[in-house]
Design a protein. Structure first.
Length: 92
C-alpha cells in the first residue's frame, strides 16, 4: 500500500465514520466497510489486486519471527486468517 493508497484509506475511513449511523446510507456504509476491511487481510486472502496493510506488515519477516508470532497463544487466531498459507514452507 503506497502513500496515495494510505491517504485514500484515511479519506474512506472518515467517510465511513460519517455515514455508518445514517439509515439512508446503509448500503453505501456496508460497501465501504467491506472494501476497507478487505485491505486488512493478506491480498492473497482478500483477492486484492494491491498490497494490503497485512502484506506490508509481514513483508520481509524472518522465519524466527513467524514462528514466534504463530505460536503465541493470544495470537493463535492468525492461523484462521490464512497467514500460514502464505508461508507453506514453515512446519507449524
Amino acid at each position: 500500500m503506497d502513500l496515495n493508497q494510505r491517504k485514500q484509506w484515511n479519506v474512506n475511513h472518515k467517510k465511513l465514520t460519517n455515514i455508518i449511523l445514517k439509515p439512508a446510507e446503509h448500503q453505501a456504509a456496508v460497501d465501504l466497510f467491506l472494501k476497507q476491511h478487505s485491505l486488512l487481510h493478506a491480498s492473497e486472502m482478500s483477492h486484492s489486486p494491491v498490497a494490503t496493510l497485512e502484506d506490508e506488515l509481514v513483508t520481509n519477516l524472518g522465519e524466527e519471527t513467524w514462528r514466534t508470532i504463530l505460536y503465541r497463544p493470544r495470537i493463535r487466531r492468525i492461523r484462521l486468517y490464512g497467514i500460514c498459507g502464505i508461508l507453506p514452507e514453515l512446519k507449524i
